[in-house]
Design a protein around this ligand. Structure first.
Ligand code: FEO
Ligand code: CA
Ligand code: CA
Ligand code: CA
Length: 637
């Protein structure tokens, strides 16, 4: 049974009191038409007296998978999971099959990258709703040297890696674009497709928006501060309505060495975690990754990058107006008034939840209206109030505390120091914000807090209610205006709720809260990436269950109706891996998932718990899998 937090947490008791007094206030507010009624049709507010419906009728029709920590992946009865693209798979016609050895850097540039993460399925032809032919655009977030190079551990790899190994690592990270086709229910890469492309930390990328050309992004390589070498630590992402992909740079700090002590930018770099750790040894061989030699190079990372996957010769563009952070999500909504909205999380302890709204509107009948639309608009950050209102606080130079006297000389500086600007305006510090997604049916937005072991009792706040939060939770953001397309994603004020508090509901100490009919296989910990299927069901990928002796996996969960908050387990990863990047084809019949870092918990390669997916030595291989029903039909239906 779910342990109702209303009896156990003083913070939640305070919130319930605040919300009770707000109810009458809201009635008047709604009558004035300022905010549409938002509770309608929804049960299961963790703050309501009747927390969940008495009996569930989940819209998820499959038989739940039994959760077992294993060498192999597993999927619910009636479903299959096929490997589509593995690290090292050849991406050109002339490249040989992976032979079990670590490729050279030059070879790796022609092969699928390591540690697959966010996936975008981009239909072919462009603009169609094709569900059997398209491009998979996949982030390759990082490498796991301890299960790539014999004898190396996570801690000593940075000091031990040879130049060749370092350069392999740089070539294996970034992003992979591959054409894929499905025949007879089986997906395969098109090896010699002209769309196939690798983007790495050496690929030229334009810097665009307010930060382009600023002194703090000028380097010896690029005295104009407008052309960056590459992208780094690509984690989450998003897709625009004009057919481009947004890839999120999630914290380049670990890939830099040296420390620019005493410089004006040093406190900012410290806030962004640039501690000189250089965990992949780059600074030993490449001066631009040594901050004492090229102090502005770090400022050219931790942005959102726009890629046109349909044009292999296009130059990716770093859109600095979207702020600088450990970017996780960049979920795009085409608001009913035509403006574009991007929701973003900053995945670090006590960091924030953001939103960007463009100045201009996008008209799908005039593709030219998309050009550089992401360069101008208002970035804001969320403050979650105890009365259930959410305020988007603008980060605009000259407004409130964001002035030159306070260290923000221009909008470019506000953006370069996004985290400090968010501190200054009083945003709500969250439990490591990972993904955000919008429910296409209800218009509500879901923000995932993966976990935060560092939160103490004195640092609790209305949206982060558990000290030492080892399990994570999901926050529901409720724009005014109505359901689906009627929701106004540009409003200054939303409402918000807690959707689920993750953890084992049978362990009262966790204060977990799911629907009371959640099974022993259905509850989860450490939600990370999420997606919605075309019917508006939420799918949650987890990252961190291994710490609890459980496999990470994929869970489906209704967000409205009697089974709101009732998760069901569909898929589990092999040992040591996290599930990430869940992505549906437009028909909802294929669910692509990245199985990232299999066996990574091993201290060294010889102790790897699994050699998934080949099961022949010596290397485990992070891979994208396709989950489908064995018989025809939508996943989950
Ligand atoms: Fe790369 Fe925040 O996960
Ligand atoms: Ca993630
Ligand atoms: Ca994570
Ligand atoms: Ca990860």
């Amino acid at each position: 049974m779910a342990d109702c937090p209303s009896t156990s947490s003083p913070v939640i008791r305070d919130i319930i009191a605040a919300r009770a007094s707000r109810r009458s206030f809201l009635k008047g507010f709604t009558a004035m038409g300022t905010i549409a009624a938002t509770g309608t049709g929804f049960v299961g507010s963790l703050f309501a007296e009747e927390s969940f419906a008495a009996s569930a009728a989940s819209t998820l029709q499959f038989t739940e998978l039994k959760r077992v920590y294993d060498k192999d992946m597993a999927v619910a009865p009636g479903y299959k999971a096929d490997v589509v693209a593995r690290w090292g798979d050849p991406m050109t016609g002339s490249t040989s099959a992976f032979d079990g050895t670590v490729p050279s850097a030059a070879e790796q540039l022609m092969r699928f990258g390591y540690n697959c993460d966010y996936i975008a399925f981009m239909p072919l032809p462009k603009g169609s709703d094709s569900a059997d032919h398209g491009l998979l655009c996949v982030n390759n977030e990082y490498i796991s040297p301890n299960v790539i190079f014999p004898g190396m551990t996570e801690d000593d790899a940075g000091a031990k890696m040879t130049r060749e190994q370092v350069d392999f690592g740089m070539a294996a990270m970034g992003h992979s674009i591959v054409e894929v086709k499905m025949e007879n229910g089986i997906w395969a890469m098109v090896q010699d497709s002209t769309y196939n492309r690798r983007l790495t930390v050496e690929t030229p990328m334009a810097l665009s928006g307010p930060v382009a050309g600023h002194d703090l992004v000028k380097t010896r390589d690029d005295p104009e501060g407008r052309l960056v070498r590459g992208t780094n630590y690509n984690c989450g992402g998003g897709v625009t309505p004009w057919g481009t992909v947004l890839t999120c740079e999630e914290g380049a700090s670990d890939t830099f060495g040296g420390k620019p002590e005493g410089s004006a930018i040093a406190p900012v770099l410290e806030r962004y975690g640039f501690d000189g750790s250089d965990i992949y040894g780059r600074a030993r061989f490449h001066d631009r990754f040594d901050m004492t030699k090229e102090p502005n190079e770090p400022n050219r990372f931790d942005w959102v990058v726009e890629i046109d996957p349909y044009d292999p010769s296009s130059t990716p563009i770093k859109r600095t107006a979207l702020g600088r952070m450990s970017h996780e999500a960049s979920t795009v909504v085409h608001n009913k008034d035509g403006r574009i909205v991007v929701y973003m999380g900053d995945d670090d302890y006590f960091e924030y939840t953001y939103r960007f709204v463009t100045k201009a509107t996008f008209d799908p009948t005039k593709p030219e209206t998309a050009k550089d639309i992401l360069d101008e608009g208002i970035l804001s950050v969320a403050r979650f109030d105890p009365d259930g209102t959410l305020h988007w606080l603008p980060l605009v130079h000259g407004q409130g505390p964001l002035t030159a006297e306070n260290g923000f000389a221009s909008q470019a500086e506000v953006l370069l120091k996004t985290r400090l600007a968010a501190d200054a305006v009083g945003a709500t510090p969250m439990d490591r914000p990972e993904d955000m997604e919008t429910n296409p049916v209800t218009g509500r937005v879901y923000a995932v807090m993966t976990k935060n072991k560092k939160r103490t009792q004195d640092k609790l706040n209305p949206a982060n209610t558990r000290p030492e939060n080892l399990w994570g939770h999901i926050v529901e953001l409720i724009p005014p205006g109505g359901r689906g397309r009627d929701a106004d994603h540009t409003a200054d004020i939303y409402e918000w709720d807690l959707f689920v508090l993750a953890g084992n509901p049978a362990d009262a100490a966790t204060k977990a809260s799911f629907h009371p009919e959640t099974s022993e296989n259905g509850w989860f910990v450490c939600p990370d990436n999420i997606t919605f299927d075309p019917s508006g069901r939420l799918w949650v990928a987890t990252d961190g269950a291994n710490d609890f002796g459980l496999p990470d996996g994929i869970y489906g969960i209704d967000t409205e109706g009697p089974a709101r908050g009732l998760p069901k387990l569909l898929f589990t990863c092999p040992a040591g891996a996290e599930a990430t990047g869940p992505c549906f084809t437009p028909d909802g019949k294929t669910l692509f998932v990245s199985v990232q870092h299999p066996a990574e918990d091993a201290e060294t390669l010889d102790k790897a718990e699994t050699l998934w997916p080949d099961f022949k030595g010596p290397l485990p291989r992070p891979s994208v899998v396709a989950i489908r029903k064995i018989e025809d039909g939508a996943v989950g239906a």
